[in-house]
Ligand binder design. Structure first.
Ligand code: SF4
Length: 270
């Protein structure tokens, strides 16, 4: 075989492998042949081959054990403030994520926000700057909020399930989520949003307490501790799969979240 053709084939195969890995990490399980992308209406839960038991989520590569985020008694009182939650959090060492962090990334935005965005954990830039969603994915999220929804980023609140960066940006483990969830619940109780947007498969799975296919649940209303929850793709995934279809789906999810928040009395700065 011609050497340059072989090199091209090798590169194409490497790209295809990388693409499949990214889809898998994001929870995409069904592919549409003609368009080359997932279609929510055709998405179905993954099934084990006949005769084989379905593997639990925590045994699958790339999927952390899921700890149900059950309602927990608040140590911050009936009407907590973000300051009170942050004060109790302190210089937290309640889980192993404290060992590798530069700093705690607590949250950012309006303490009275009617829209709350939740990711799974801080990345490299967030860890360095101490603010959630400030890297490239954060810039895209800001653009989606400000240019897409037409509201100021400062009018929403943004945080993560765990407040310290997991090593190599891996998905937080069950005991780490369990150690940190009381602070997430405290933040939600303090902000009292009209609607929560869960960003990506890990955050959605951790909030719902079960392993989800993001293509299956995105765009469908869920609930977390009595608050309507809209799952959508993570901005980092949108950056990697920057197609018109993926952006359209995220746009529809965010629009639905804004409409629902307004229907519930939410107000936003332009
Ligand atoms: S992730 Fe949460 S529980 Fe773990 S050390 Fe950081 S703040 Fe504490």
């Amino acid at each position: 075989m011609d050497r340059s053709l072989a090199a091209d084939l090798h590169d194409a195969l490497a790209s295809a492998r990388e693409l499949v890995r990214e889809w898998f990490e994001e929870g995409v399980e069904i592919f549409e042949r003609s368009a080359g992308g997932p279609k929510a209406s055709e998405a179905r839960p993954a099934r084990a081959p006949a005769g084989e038991p379905t593997r639990p989520a925590d045994e699958r590569p790339g999927v952390a054990a899921q700890a149900p985020l059950l309602p927990t008694p608040s140590p911050f009182g009936a009407a907590p403030t973000l300051e009170a939650v942050r004060e109790v959090l302190g210089d937290c060492t309640r889980c192993r994520l404290a060992e590798g962090r530069t700093q705690i990334v607590f949250g950012d935005g309006n303490p009275d926000a009617d829209l709350l965005f939740i990711g799974e954990g801080p990345g490299e830039q967030e860890d360095l700057q101490g603010v959630p969603f400030v890297g490239r994915a954060g810039e895209l999220l800001t653009s989606m909020i400000e240019r897409g929804l037409g509201i100021a980023r400062s009018s929403v609140y943004i945080c993560n399930i765990v407040k310290c960066r997991p090593p190599q940006n891996r998905t937080p483990l069950a005991d780490e989520v369990d150690a940190c969830r009381v602070f997430l619940d405290g933040q939600i109780d303090a902000v009292r949003p009209k609607v929560i947007v869960a960003l990506g498969k890990p955050a959605t799975s951790l909030l719902l307490g079960r392993d989800v296919s993001i293509t299956r649940v995105r765009g469908t209303w869920q609930e977390y501790r009595g608050t309507p929850l809209m799952p959508t793709f993570h901005p980092a995934f949108v950056l990697r799969q920057y197609t018109t279809e993926i952006r359209r789906l995220v746009w529809e999810d965010l629009k639905a979240a804004l409409v629902r928040a307004r229907e519930r009395g939410g107000r936003f700065e332009d």
